[in-house]
Design a protein. Structure first.
Length: 150
């Protein structure tokens, strides 16, 4: 195999924080994927935690919002897996997730009264998710620049 270009030859050693961030985000995004599935299926025990107003709001989402939500959730989960696999695909997956989340947040907080329906805790939680998503894009890009993700 001499002379053959090997993308792994120039890969930097894996920093310890990649494993910590990768596992934590896999768990975090796994919970998001479960939330999406539980809401869409719907799983009655899970949905019982929401008020009737919240349920009506969730079940009234237009198809494009449900599609954006799915894209946000599943690409984030894929980004976490890519991070653990040390793949540069983490960057576009986390970026896609962030963009899809912007679409759903625009619907929830600009086009509808989602902030009123979800309450203060829901708005704060959405902000935490958005901040985590931005940080994951930044982190995965930094790992590509350092040749940790190839």
């Amino acid at each position: 195999m001499a002379g053959k270009n090997n993308i792994f030859r120039d890969r930097a050693p894996t920093p310890w924080h990649l494993w910590v961030i990768g596992v934590l985000t896999l768990l975090w995004n796994g919970v998001g994927a479960f939330d999406y599935l539980a809401t869409q299926l719907p799983i009655e025990d899970y949905m019982a935690a929401f008020s009737q107003e919240q349920l009506a709001y969730f079940y009234g989402f237009p198809s494009w919002v449900v599609a954006a939500w799915a894209l946000a959730v599943w690409s984030a989960l894929g980004g976490s897996l890519a991070l653990l696999l040390r793949s540069r695909w983490a960057v576009p997956l986390f970026t896609l997730s962030l963009l899809a989340m912007v679409v759903t947040a625009t619907y929830n907080f600009v086009l509808t009264n989602g902030a009123d329906v979800m309450g203060r805790a829901g708005v704060i939680f959405s902000a935490v998710i958005a901040a985590a998503s931005v940080l994951l894009v930044i982190y995965s890009r930094a790992m590509v620049r350092r040749h940790v993700l190839v």
